[in-house]
Design a protein around this ligand. Structure first.
Ligand code: ATP
Ligand code: MG
Length: 190
């Protein structure tokens, strides 16, 4: 059950209040849309929700281990690898979990720590990895990319060859293919 909650969150840039005593409660299954005038603070609110910007006051609570994917409004470009390799970066969370599972395995072998709690943590991580679809990441990446209009041939192209609109699609694809608990999209239709 993923959730992210704000209570009484405020944030100012200089002497301008952008967020003032904002409370939000997003529970599992919630689909929320945020509308407001240009400059009203929508992107700022989403960044605070993603945990990328700290508010001046108030609390942000997010469920432990909840995976958040965030698509910024603009400015994303990719370079230095193929589309297939870039897509694989979306699954970094799985590599991190796998590393922790292996680390616990090493501790168990060496007889370090509390065996019972290490086994429980390890079982939890294995289940989390299973649920996330990480073991099917290649097929998942391909199906999301093809679904967003990329071709099979595009998968082996260098990412810098894609235009601005396609760069945002790469970012959107990466957010979607992570199958995150919480998906934050800032004007994805741009
Ligand atoms: N890092 C920053 N430092 C100073 N001012 C900022 C910063 N980030 C945003 N602002 C200002 O805060 C206000 C809210 O910006 P924000 O980008 O959150 O608005 P928005 O509702 O997403 O607007 P838009 O509809 O144009 O995307 C704007 O006036 C913006 O210029
Ligand atoms: Mg914005």
């Amino acid at each position: 059950m993923a959730f992210v909650q704000f209570s009484q969150v405020s944030l100012a840039f200089g002497d301008r209040d952008i967020l003032k005593n904002v409370s939000v409660n997003l529970q599992t299954g919630t689909k929320a849309a945020l509308t407001g005038a240009n400059g009203a603070g929508k992107s700022t609110l989403i960044k605070v929700m993603a945990g990328l910007v700290q508010p001046d006051s108030g609390n942000r609570i997010c469920q432990k281990d909840a995976r958040i994917a965030y698509l910024p409004q603009s400015g994303l470009t990719h370079h230095g690898c193929t589309l297939r390799e870039e897509a694989d970066k979306a699954f970094q969370f799985g590599y991190d979990i796998q590393k922790e599972i292996d680390g616990i395995g090493d501790m168990l072998k060496a007889g370090n720590g509390n065996t019972q709690s290490l086994l429980e943590r390890q079982a939890g991580l294995i289940a989390q990895l299973e649920d996330s679809g990480w073991h099917r990441r290649e097929a998942q990446a391909e199906s999301v990319l093809i679904g967003l209009g990329f071709s099979q041939e595009d998968l082996s192209r260098q990412t810098e060859e894609f235009s601005g609109g396609w760069q945002m699609r790469i970012a959107l694809a990466k957010a979607l293919m992570q199958n995150p608990d919480i998906l934050l999209l800032d004007e994805p239709t741009n």
